[in-house]
Design a binder for this molecule. Sequence first.
Ligand code: ZN
Length: 217
Amino acid sequence: MILIGTTNWMRTVQRGEFTCPQCGGLRSYRLRTRRPMMTFYFLPLVPIGPCEWILQCQDCRQNWDPSILRVHHVGIDNLAANMSPSENFQDELLRAMVLMVIDRGRIAEDDIQGLMRIGSELMGRGVHRDELGWICSSAYQNKIPIENYLHSMIGNWTDDQQQVALHYLFLTATIGEDLTDHAAKVLAKYQKMIDLSETEFQEIVEAAVQFDETRES
Ligand SMILES: [Zn+2]
């Protein structure tokens, strides 16, 4: 019998200091790569997915996307820019939308359907179940919470993109149900992160609600 399995190949590739939003100050971080591997007799031999990068604060142990290094420009060397995945805004936002759904604590068929629909609008192409499945699996294993992911990404996004993101995050947060208190808190934190006034925030949310109603009628 051949024993075949899978494992995550974790490796620390860099250490340094960054401004941790959770701790509110300069902290040590550890940057790690995670690569899913197929194992034969418990030996990881064949990579079965791309390498992913996860940054961990050594104080609060929260995980962040390495893009967080760009937000505060602290402890950064060129490695940080070079190593980042070449994902564009749409890809990054699609992942944030998946994280938003995961954050609600369950993923039902309605959520998948909703994500496929809203995701397709965002991407301007069909977003399929397999693609979402892959992002979900990656997100579960990277263990970067939605708020941390958004915190990490805003440095990559222009003001316009940050606002477009709010539109899609709101639509995602309300798939199949009214906005929960928890999701509302996440959106409020995002509003603070991107420094959006209450009026601007409400305008975007109202436009998203109308957009949703037009589409459903
Ligand atoms: Zn921390």
